[in-house]
Write a protein that binds this ligand. Structure first.
Ligand code: ADP
Ligand code: ZN
Ligand code: ZN
Length: 816
């Protein structure tokens, strides 16, 4: 008897045993995929993790349908790592498997396939079976895998489908088909025949009688002497005070050549070339220091102020690792940031850089997966958001985690609710690889580990090019309102600073925190505010669509003309979001171009990239935005950052509120004055003397850290305690209340540590489900493994109580 042990891509904690023939037994290797039947009629792509001869005792082992791979697609390091994730984050191994693999590699009987819209299909290249499926899709827009089984009259169809996916003919559901191509910008350069000095004289001679053209050519020389970067047509016209017609004439005369480049490439053309990337003394010292740390330690924190040039240090380090044949993983907190970074790294490493994240198409993800497992040089460096951590690396040398403090590294939903930074450190351990964490505002946890000597610590306190840190000015809103120095939400100080930045041709960023300041509609007569019917939140007012919307479930309605409670027509809008600020700006600065970056404007495909591009291209003078602006963006012409209201971040009911406020304000401020001139930051607040605001103003990270650490200790929070948050959901309010009380009491009796709750969260109902939470605080010196076992046991018995079975419980370990 021969058996194979497999993981199924379902939320099941167990592995399953299937029977195989002796030939199959000898062929299958751990990490190969198998098509297996499950339940009455379903077929799934399972992963082989063990071959053995132990017949299962509880059920009769079914036979597998088919072996899908010729060699393993997943390696043993991954399997071990996934098992660690399942156990540490208290979720099913099937959840990890499902979350880790590109969905194109997980075909199942429910998968829906359709034909790709793009491209010509050469039917003669298709096998008979492939052709049958292709033909069926000419009559029907989509097919279920089960339909395909009927068409081909057999069960073993995954390989055929896989071939069609690989041939780029089939698309699987939920696919995104386009890729973002950054916008092209128009540049000019002098025709090569005029490059010599004599050529230049000759040129000026020919233009003797064409003054306007001569002006443009002279401006060109001026510009190319002062700027090291390529010259855009736009800039040339501005500087020479000329017109595009004149420039066109020069191009037609073959005096200028025009060419087009992608914006994010250009930034580095001529600025950093392989032989030119010279680290500054401070960067070089940090670089050496990191390497020394790596002699002793697995993990090192690079704490460098904003614009200290951390990216260039990563590049130098990556260079050394790939030179010895190692693979490198570079994790970013936000998919939208990859476009910027990939440009920077490709400039340096050429085609050794691959990108992997969930917004890529299935094909691209499968391709990178296969490149990584084949150790292809094309994927020697992989850049990605957190899920890139699951790729089949076999000889990782280095993991870089940029902006390590970002909470987006923690997956919230669905399981596995892992933290990519922490899971990376565990992964690196299996590869004997090193981990470099980088941030201008490290998380308290990471800095604590660096201080205690667990991680190495390297600091850079100056900006690249010795540019000074931005000057921060606090504006006291109470005083400004009292003295009537406010226009809408803008203080006179902020307006003056914007005016002078704009007059110098510099750009401005204005930051408005999203939390708590969504505009609402309120009835003046009775005070009623329209609420979402399914969620416990007020509806947000969207002016441009004249709509009220729920940000939790997407429900929307037209803005009412009278109050639903008392029928009064006296309704006002309250609160201010980015949209309102944009509106006020239009009135204050009618001649400036104003852009907005928030959930609404970046929702569409590449919305984020488009806004970044036009800001970089200087098509926008003032950019208003939320959170997203605080993430590692590099703009070279921004000299002013305004924070509209610092207070709504500070008073968020969350133990990390001050830490996050510090990080957010410091990061946004860090977008100012990055390249030459010292930048300016204006922070508007009702609490200019608040400790956190003072710490931001004085760039006092250590002060913030010490204060917060003290609070964490007395209030039982990380890094002194580990948090496990249980979330319970059900449609029946009473049942949920009872069930969560039961669970809380049993936890409390069985765990010798603080257990809090059951709490009704600030938003206690979403999509008609009520919510309660229970928080468990595990002290540092208590065994986390043992505690989790107890918790799991209690959860199991909770599930066996029949009246509570319908209550859904999710577990979030190291809740962020
Ligand atoms: P950080 O990630 O620390 O905020 P960046 O790596 O984005 O900073 O660097 C800030 C700016 O300084 C970038 O525009 C970058 O091109 C430039 N820069 C940093 N180091 C160098 C260097 N060694 N040579 C040339 N330019 C550099
Ligand atoms: Zn009313
Ligand atoms: Zn809702």
């Amino acid at each position: 008897m021969h058996f194979v042990e497999v993981i199924l891509p379902l939320s099941l904690a167990k592995t399953f045993t299937y029977s195989v023939s002796e030939a199959e037994y000898n062929y299958i290797k751990k990490g190969m995929r198998l098509a297996v039947p499950f339940g009455k009629s379903k077929i799934y792509t399972a992963l082989a993790i063990e071959l053995h001869q132990n017949e299962p005792t509880l059920y009769e082992a079914k036979e597998i349908h088919q072996i899908l791979d010729e060699k393993p697609l997943v390696n043993e390091i991954q399997i071990t790592h996934w098992q660690w994730i399942a156990s540490y984050y208290m979720c099913a191994i099937g959840d990890v498997y499902r979350g880790a693999m590109p969905s194109a590699l997980l075909l199942e009987s429910e998968t829906i396939i359709s034909q790709k819209q793009s491209g010509f299909v050469d039917e003669s290249q298709l096998s008979d079976e492939e052709f049958l499926i292709f033909e069926a899709l000419q009559h029907q827009s989509s097919l279920k895998i089960q339909d395909v089984m009927a068409i081909l009259d057999k069960k073993n169809i995954f390989p055929v489908i896989q071939k069609l996916v690989d041939k780029n003919i089939l698309a699987l559901q939920e696919e995104m088909l386009e890729n973002y191509t950054p916008k092209l910008v128009r540049y000019v350069r002098l025709h090569s025949k005029y490059e010599s000095d004599s050529g230049l004289n000759e040129l000026l001679d020919t233009l003797k009688n064409a003054n306007k053209q001569k002006e443009v050519v002279l401006s060109y020389f001026q510009l190319s002497a002062s700027e090291k970067r390529p010259i855009t047509v736009k800039k040339l016209i501005e500087t020479s005070n000329s017109t595009s017609t004149v420039v066109k004439t020069l191009i037609d005369k073959k005096i200028f050549e025009e060419y087009h480049l992608q914006v994010d490439r250009v930034n580095f053309t001529g600025k950093i070339k392989e032989e030119e990337l010279q680290l500054s003394d401070a960067q070089q010292a940090a670089f050496e220091n990191i390497k020394q740390n790596f002699d002793q330690k697995e993990v090192c924190l690079l704490h460098g102020v904003t614009a200290s040039g951390k990216t260039e240090i990563y590049i130098k380090l990556i260079e050394e690792y790939i030179a010895t044949g190692n693979q490198v993983l570079y994790l970013l907190p936000e998919i939208a940031l990859t476009t910027q970074l990939v440009g920077r790294l490709r400039e340096y490493f050429g085609n050794k850089v691959a990108v992997f994240h969930s917004k890529y198409t299935n094909n691209e993800r499968v391709e990178v997966w296969r490149q990584v497992i084949d150790k292809s040089p094309k994927a020697q460096i992989v850049i990605g958001a957190r899920s890139a951590l699951f790729l089949p690396f076999s000889n990782l040398g280095l993991i870089v985690i940029d902006e390590e403090h970002e909470q987006t590294f923690k997956q919230v939903d669905p399981a596995p609710r892992y933290h990519a930074r922490d899971a990376s450190i565990v992964l690196a351990n299996s590869h004997k690889a090193k981990v470099l964490l980088g941030s201008a505002t490290p998380s308290i946890e990471t800095f604590f580990n660096a201080q205690s000597g667990k991680y190495g610590l390297v600091e850079i306190t100056e900006r690249y090019g010795k540019v000074r840190m931005p000057e921060i000015e606090l504006v006291d809103l109470k005083d400004k309102y009292f003295r009537k120095k406010m226009s809408g939400h803008f203080s006179d100080v902020l307006i003056d600073n914007i005016t002078s930045a704009l007059s110098l041709g510099e750009q401005v960023i204005l930051f408005q925190n999203r939390r708590g300041y969504s505009p609402i509609v309120e009835c003046i007569t009775c005070g009623h505010v329209p609420q979402c019917q399914q969620c416990d939140v007020s509806l947000t007012y969207h002016k441009h669509k004249n709509q009220l919307r729920c940000h939790y479930c997407g429900y929307s309605m037209a803005k009412p003309t009278n109050c639903h409670a008392c029928s009064s027509v006296d309704l006002i809008t309250k609160g201010f979001g980015t949209e309102q600020i944009q509106q006020e700006l239009v009135e204050l600065f009618p001649n400036s171009k104003i852009g907005r970056m928030d959930q609404d404007t970046t929702r569409g495909k590449f919305g984020f990239e488009k806004i970044i591009d036009s800001f970089k291209n200087r098509e926008i003078d003032i950019l208003v935005g939320t959170q997203m602006l605080a993430k590692g963006l590099d703009f070279d012409n921004v000299s002013l950052v305004g924070i509209m209201n610092a207070d709504n971040m500070l008073y968020h009911p969350d133990f990390r509120a001050f830490e996050r406020s510090y990080q957010m304000m410091t990061q946004v401020s860090g977008r100012s004055g990055r390249s030459e001139k010292q930048g300016k930051v204006v922070i508007q607040t009702y609490n200019p003397n608040h400790n956190t605001i003072q710490q931001v103003t004085n760039n006092d990270f250590l002060g913030m850290y010490k204060e917060q650490l003290y609070d964490r200790k007395i209030y039982y929070y990380p890094p002194y305690y580990r948090l496990i948050k249980l979330t319970l959901k059900h449609r029946d309010f009473e049942k949920l209340k009872e069930g969560s009380m039961w669970l809380y009491q049993v936890m409390k009796q069985n765990l010798a540590m603080p257990v809090l709750g059951p709490e009704e969260p600030a938003i206690s109902r979403i999509r008609n489900e009520y919510i309660r939470t229970i928080m468990i605080k595990i002290p540092q010196n208590t065994s986390i493994g043992g505690t989790k076992k107890t918790i799991q046991k209690i959860l199991n018995s909770f599930e066996s109580v029949s009246q509570y079975r319908a209550i859904r419980v999710t577990v979030n370990v190291d809740f962020y």
